[in-house]
Ligand binder design. Structure first.
Ligand code: NAP
Length: 325
């Protein structure tokens, strides 16, 4: 495993991090523990979760969120120093009008709830889950900076932000001597390449860490799903994940997956290994957050590391999926 600096900070993070969205949602506690054991053994010592991750994401009940953080917290007890814990705030976690977003009111309550579930007194990377149109950035950044000063949070980051939104936030941080977003967490895979247009050039220029999610296209870039066929048992497709279904229905998805397979075959790699190597071949990417529902998926996905794709292979992928930029 290679470790890279997170943006312009001194923090070193693994090039492959562990996504914890499945915990308490698609997989139970014991299996989640096995996944975390395997991840730490493999050097994937950044764990990404969120206050909303849990069954509530599927059944629409905000009171059933937080299971992922609770499972991570229980596992973490005697290993706190070995893991970089990243979590998020923004989504709806209660029935009240102030139980979501990035107001000072909500951020201050949300962080304490995350710390309680995670059974720790600090979060290494606290990320706002998406842009909040309804709260002034000054208010959120002041609240987040207070958390850093109080020692509850080490670094702050954002997720699902456009380049202009980070630029605006950075300007406010600089003018008001507040902490700045040191990282962004966007979606990025061979099937979802929009960030290549603006966000990645911006992050390279401003030295913002880029921790990307869904590098395997939520499982589509493993070749396990076939057009017109029922998803295999035990997969997220079979569990009915909505955002996976949207990606499946996007025109051309299965053609892209089919055209990539021979490139992976030529290397003697699985499609998952090829898709992950493609993400990590982009020097602007700091870390790819791998989602995992079984420990074996970690050893399988990491097998091709630290190989990078050749310029010829990158061009071949561009011919196949350049339209997804
Ligand atoms: N900030 C945000 O808005 C946001 C949004 C989404 C995700 N995230 C973060 O990013 C993380 C990763 O997202 P993701 O789960 O969508 O990522 P992903 O890595 O694209 O997809 C993970 C899925 O791929 C399959 N898989 C993984 N390794 C495999 C292997 N070696 N062989 C076969 N199949 C394999 C598994 O599917 P099965 O379980 O079906 O076997 C797994 O659930 C999340 O856990 C979360 O932390 C953040």
């Amino acid at each position: 495993m290679e470790y890279r600096s997170l943006g312009k900070t001194g923090l070193k993070v693994p090039e492959v991090s562990l996504g914890c969205m499945a915990f308490g949602r698609w997989i139970e506690k014991e299996q989640s523990f096995r996944v975390m054991d395997a991840a730490l053994d493999a050097g994937m010592n950044l764990f990404d979760t969120a206050d909303v991750y849990g069954r509530g994401m599927d059944n629409g009940n905000p009171l059933q969120s937080g299971e992922s953080e609770a499972i991570v917290g229980e596992w973490l007890k005697d290993k706190r120093d070995r893991v970089i814990v990243a979590t998020k705030v923004h989504g709806k976690v209660g029935a009240g009008v102030n139980d979501s977003g990035q107001s000072r009111y909500h951020v201050m309550r949300a962080v304490d709830n995350s710390l309680r579930r995670l059974q720790t007194d600090y979060i290494d990377l606290y990320q706002v889950h998406r842009f909040d149109e309804q709260t002034p950035l000054e208010e959120s950044l002041e609240a987040l900076s207070d958390l850093v000063r109080q020692g509850k949070v080490r670094y702050i980051g954002c997720s699902n932000y456009a380049a202009w939104q980070i630029a605006k936030a950075h300007g406010i941080s600089a003018l008001n001597r507040l902490h700045r977003y040191e990282s962004v967490q966007p979606q990025y895979s061979i099937l979802a390449r929009e960030i290549e247009n603006e966000l990645l050039p911006f992050c390279a220029s401003e030295k913002v860490g880029v921790i990307v999610y869904s590098p395997l296209g939520r499982g589509l870039l493993t070749g396990k799903y076939r057009q017109g066929e029922r998803p295999p048992e035990g997969t997220r497709g079979a569990a009915g994940e909505k955002r996976l279904q949207v990606l499946m229905q996007e025109e051309g998805t299965y053609d892209i997956v089919g055209a990539l397979q021979p490139l992976a075959d030529e290397r003697g790699w699985t499609l998952a290994q090829f898709a992950l190597a493609w993400v990590l071949s982009n020097p602007v990417i700091t870390s790819a957050i791998l989602g995992v529902s079984r420990p074996e998926q970690i050893s399988d996905a990491l097998k091709a590391l630290p190989n990078r794709l050749t310029p010829e292979e990158l061009q071949a992928v561009d011919r196949i999926s350049g339209g997804r930029k």
